[in-house]
Design a protein around this ligand. Structure first.
Ligand SMILES: *Cc1c(COP(=O)(O)O)cnc(C)c1O
Length: 394
């Protein structure tokens, strides 16, 4: 097949269905061996055919590695972006983005319930280097608009759904606000995954992922990604990815790409099981409130229905017995494993107030003490419901 044929085949695949892209985009079977899966290129450098005679552009593995290239191509195709970039972690991706598009003196509007690590990166690291931020709730367009400093705000940063209260931001409306102010809209799409939500198609400029979560999906690798819509921003990010060097190794890129191929079927099962769990919790007398964007009672339900395919695998709930009962439920489950993180095939349970969100106690980000967060996995739904039933009664 000529390289032009390959390009047209890639373009064809770009337009094909999500599942087809997840499995095929970014890689053609190896021309020498026919390997259908990208090999793990455990090499730091590449033989040159004469000085400057690079094969396929590969020179040194910080700058480029074929295992990583395959993953980056697949991520770009799934988020429908111009280019994808893989990083050693979600936070490494975020740091690289900030330093690619901002300079000292710039200002960012930032979710008032951002992922704790992202908040720490802005509050404790970027601020020291002269980048200021203002927190605003992603679900309140007026407050986001009021937080924008005309001329100085260069990024509006959004998560949707947020963690752990699953607030929903209207991506299309937020993009319009950001663009009117001359700022870029960045969406952290970790909770939804590209299967459930494609922010670039809704007007966002950059998508951020902690691929540690649903994209990798098996709780066996830490990684991050950026997918960029605009070629100019892509050039900046590409330069900084190489200049800053926070890249994943080929083993990590391989694992993440392996997980990505089954994203669609995993996400559908995560959603099926989450719906079953929500139905059970909503009818339980010890549960005061169930927080899930799929519920009509959720304030973001209408926006979520417009911009998400389904509502995801994350469920939060408040118990009527206060913090003591919330902690007891977390202690008693057996199928739901007590632990931080999310998005893997196995179900996890945690107490945000004492665990993931302990560092934000006493700030705007503080969460209720009677709150429990579930990452609903893809085990048998009946076992998940029975486990919660025991834990709530016990
Ligand atoms: C986990 C997470 C991050 C950070 O990613 P790491 O891979 O842990 O560095 C960022 N945003 C969200 C929403 C996350 O859940």
């Amino acid at each position: 097949m000529s390289s032009l044929d390959r390009v047209s085949e890639q373009q064809h695949r770009h337009k094909s269905g999500f599942e087809t892209r997840a499995i095929h985009a970014g890689y053609e079977p190896d021309p020498t061996t026919g390997a259908v899966i990208p090999p793990i290129y455990a090499t730091s450098t590449y033989k040159q055919d004469g000085v400057g005679g690079l094969r396929g552009g590969y020179e040194y593995s910080r700058s480029g590695n074929p295992t990583r290239t395959a993953l980056e191509g697949a991520l770009a195709a799934l988020e429908e972006g111009e280019r994808g970039f893989a990083f050693a972690s979600g936070l490494a991706a975020e740091d690289t983005l900030v330093r690619s598009v901002l300079k000292p003196g710039d200002h960012v509007v930032f979710p008032n319930d951002a992922y704790g690590g992202t908040w720490r990166l802005f509050d404790k690291v970027q601020r020291v280097w002269g980048i200021d931020y203002t927190p605003a709730p992603v679900s309140d367009l007026e407050k986001v608009a009021a937080a924008i400093r005309p001329g100085t705000t260069k990024l509006v940063w959004v998560e949707t759904p947020t963690n752990p209260l699953l607030n929903i931001g209207d991506i299309e409306a937020l993009a319009a606000l950001a663009h009117d102010a001359g700022a870029l809209l960045v969406v952290d799409n970790t909770f939804a995954s590209p299967y459930l939500q494609q922010p670039l198609a809704l007007g966002a400029d950059v998508v951020v992922h902690s691929t540690t979560k649903y994209v990798g999906g098996h709780s066996d690798v830490v990684g991050g990604a950026l997918v960029v819509k605009d070629l100019e921003v892509a050039e900046q990010v590409g330069f900084h990815q190489n200049a800053m060097g926070a890249v994943p190794g080929p083993f990590d890129a391989f694992l993440t790409h392996r997980g990505l191929k089954t994203l669609a079927v995993r996400m559908d099962r995560h959603c099926d099981n989450a719906e079953r769990v929500v139905e059970f919790l909503s009818a339980h007398p010890s549960v005061g409130e169930v927080i899930y964007p799929g519920l009509e009672s959720h304030p973001g339900h209408e926006v979520a229905s417009r911009q998400m395919k389904r509502y995801g695998g994350m469920v939060s709930f408040r118990v009527t017995g206060g913090e003591a009962q919330a902690l007891a439920v977390c202690d008693r489950t057996e199928v739901f494993t007590l632990g931080e993180s999310l998005g893997g095939v196995e179900s996890l349970i945690e107490h945000p107030g004492r665990m993931t969100h302990a560092s934000v106690a006493g700030t705007d980000l503080e969460v209720p003490a009677d709150l429990v967060r579930l990452s609903v996995g893809i085990e048998t739904a009946h076992d998940l419901v029975a486990d919660l039933e025991r834990a709530l009664e016990g």
